[in-house]
Design a protein around this ligand. Structure first.
Ligand code: GAP
Length: 528
């Protein structure tokens, strides 16, 4: 697809996702839930295939990485030690004119008094707000979807929805979802505290601190990243398998962040899936393994069919780096709205293991009998391993795969009609083979069902499909990215052959039914 066709690509993808059962809005019949999504029959397969490919590449294709599957709820001390309780927050601001709540660090930034042109957000609310602003003497001019004339206030930005400089102070908003574990009633505790504090005449600040304290005592958090369990279980994993550094622990699964700005469909949502690996290395070897993992990870994104031109690295500037990190790169994808992050690859020094050792009082060190202790010069060395972390988004990967694969073909001179086709890598495709009887009679459905069963037996996801004319069935399979369709027709009944149709060029040829499973299986492995 040409770049010029891309501005409305996201709308087309969102529409295809709903129409063909990839992604639905969560709780849609009740009005939908902001920034939460359900993966439908096609989306569940696509996400699962993408994550299986990651596991195959990261865990099953190397000796030095093992996988775990940890719980989503962890003790609050984990998040205390990791720094998430204190620091995992966004600066939140409310617009006093239109009521928009937004992230200060994402707002259009300008020095005080300078023009800050903004792209209009919620049109209805923005319009009402502009009327109020005009009344207050702030004149804004609209140019299409851009609003000019907004002047930044002392904070250095304006409301991204309506352009107002009338804003609340910034507050830190922790992104972790808090809940409680066990038969506790935090509300009951809070009511008691409030009653007592009111009787004592406590001020707001003191009351807030007491309520926070009561909630914290019974709180647990949904994990905001899969990473921490791999640090916390470092010793168990290392000792149970007698692993030698360097080695990695990999995990994939759900993470939760109460994102202030959920955006771009499934790109940034509150519940999402990550695929992370913590690779433990000897002190001083972080930069070497950072290079290694950058190469490996880029190789993987390409291996699942993402176009080379749509992938790049972005080096983090020094002021972006966490204080403990000595290098970090993002793998970025060229989404329809521009380059954005798919994966972060960071050299994290020994920060994580040291933080959990300090928090838990447990020694999280490794003993290498073959190394020489640099201080004593004697054989045998105890040290805290350093970590390199490739941390990818699975749900973001799904969106990148959809954007990359989406294509529209106009009708051509040979009479091939216009179509929408998802050119997914066959290993990602939700359905690998569509098996289609040409008509619903003359024994064709029976033969087609036998062909499907042969694929079931071989562990290849095939689907029997007899609804509508054959052209519509091909079009439906093109739209969900099915790489191969097998058609059972009159000739099949005579010579036990079927037509195989290739999604990408619509080429057709005849193959024997007896060879169908092997032909497709071979094609699936050849494309890796
Ligand atoms: N352990 C490091 C870590 O979690 P991160 O950059 O915050 O690093 C890693 O997250 C990846 O997880 C990101 O590159 C992105 O692909 C994905 N991710 C993060 N927040 C997300 C969200 N709200 N929605 C979807 N994916 C998200």
């Amino acid at each position: 697809m040409e770049d010029s066709q891309k501005p409305d690509l996201m709308d087309k993808i969102v529409s295809l996702c709903k129409r063909r059962g990839f992604v639905f809005q969560s709780s849609e019949i009740y009005g939908g839930l902001r920034s939460a999504y359900d993966y439908g029959p096609m989306g569940a397969e696509l996400k699962r295939n993408l994550m299986s490919e990651w596991w195959r590449f990261m865990v099953h294709s190397r000796e030095d990485v093992v996988g775990i599957d940890a719980s989503i709820i962890m003790r609050p001390e984990v998040w205390q030690s990791s720094g998430h309780l204190a620091n995992f927050s966004d600066p939140l601001v409310d617009c006093k004119v239109c009521g928009e709540r937004f992230r200060a660090d994402k707002a259009p930034r300008k020095a005080e008094g300078e023009d800050a042109p903004i792209t209009l957000g919620d049109k209805g609310r923005a319009k009402a707000a502009q009327e109020k602003l005009t009344e207050a003497g702030v004149k804004l001019q609209r140019d299409g979807t851009t609003l000019n004339g907004a002047k930044a206030g002392a904070a250095g930005y304006v409301c991204p929805n309506c352009g107002s400089p009338f804003l609340s102070d910034e507050r830190r908003f922790n992104l972790m979802f808090r809940t409680s574990l066990g038969p506790v009633d935090p509300i009951g505790d809070v009511v008691d505290i409030v009653r007592k504090a009111m009787a004592e005449g406590a001020d707001d600040k003191a009351l807030r601190a007491k309520v926070e304290g009561a909630l914290a005592a019974s709180s647990v958090y949904l994990r905001p990243e899969t990473a921490q369990a791999m640090f916390v279980q470092f010793l168990n994993v290392q000792q149970s398998l007698s692993l030698k550094v360097p080695f990695g622990i990999a995990q994939m699964g759900k993470s939760f962040r109460n994102e202030v700005t959920a955006e771009h469909f499934i790109f940034r949502s509150c519940e999402f899936e990550q695929m992370e690996c913590e690779y433990f290395v000897p002190p001083g070897e972080g930069p070497k393994y950072l290079d290694y993992w950058m190469n490996e990870r880029m190789k993987w994104w390409r291996s699942i069919g993402i176009k080379v031109d749509n992938l790049r690295f972005r080096k983090h500037d020094d002021d972006e780096l966490a204080h403990y990190s000595d290098g970090c790169y993002d793998v970025e994808y060229k989404f329809p709205w521009g380059w954005d992050e798919l994966e972060g690859i960071a050299s994290r020094t020994d920060f994580d293991l040291k933080a959990h050792a300090a928090g838990s009082g447990k020694k999280l060190t490794y003993f290498d009998p073959e190394a020489v202790d640099p201080e004593t010069g004697k054989p045998g060395r105890h040290y805290v391993p350093h970590v390199v972390e490739p941390a990818a988004g699975a749900t973001r990967g799904v969106l990148a795969a959809l954007c990359d694969a989406y294509d529209e073909e106009p009708a051509d001179a040979e009479g091939k009609g216009a179509r929408t086709v998802l050119r997914l890598h066959p290993r990602l495709s939700p359905i690998k083979v569509g098996v289609l009887p040409l008509v619903k009679k003359d024994g064709m459905p029976e033969v087609a069902r036998k062909v499907v069963e042969a694929f079931f037996g071989a562990g290849v996801n095939a689907k029997y499909d007899e609804q509508h004319a054959i052209g519509r069935r091909y079009a439906r399979h093109d739209e969900v990215g099915t790489p191969y369709c097998l058609t059972v027709d009159t000739q099949t009944l005579q010579d036990e052959t079927v037509t195989i149709r290739y999604r990408d060029d619509r080429r057709q040829e005849r193959i024997k039914i007896a060879d169908a499973v092997d032909t497709v299986r071979k094609a699936l492995t050849e494309t890796t």
